[in-house]
Design a protein. Sequence first.
Length: 157
Amino acid sequence: MPNSIRFPAKAGIQSVVTLALVLAAPLAIPATAQDRLPPAPYAYQQLKDPAQEARAKALMEELRCLVCQGQSIADSDAPLAGDMRHEVRSKIAAGESPAEIKTWLVARYGNWVSYDPPFDGATALLWLGPLLFLALGGWLAFGRFRRGANDDEGGEA
């Protein structure tokens, strides 16, 4: 085989290592996606006016963190919650009412941002679901007790 090309063993290992690195590189991308921006000015800083800060705090307790989903934006340390706290405090300082700010946030992020979503077609199951399950449970329990009472009467006769 005089015309065949022979590669040294190192070339095979290098190409395997290179291929492995190329395939593994996309796995490292999420690590570089961290928020490197400093937090917004009012994310962790209270307003100077105590009355305005009290209104802002009350509103922040009513708004859900979209990242954490189980915490209010007042309790969350997520960067998005910090940005939302900044927006609330900035708008309160500018003289907007909490209702106007909440309306703006709901228009921007949807009803999910509010711990008290309005009753409409999209949230009807959310509001009526517990009542439906309670009614279904009562109906099943009533039927079970009635059937048990009929079984007891038939066995005594």
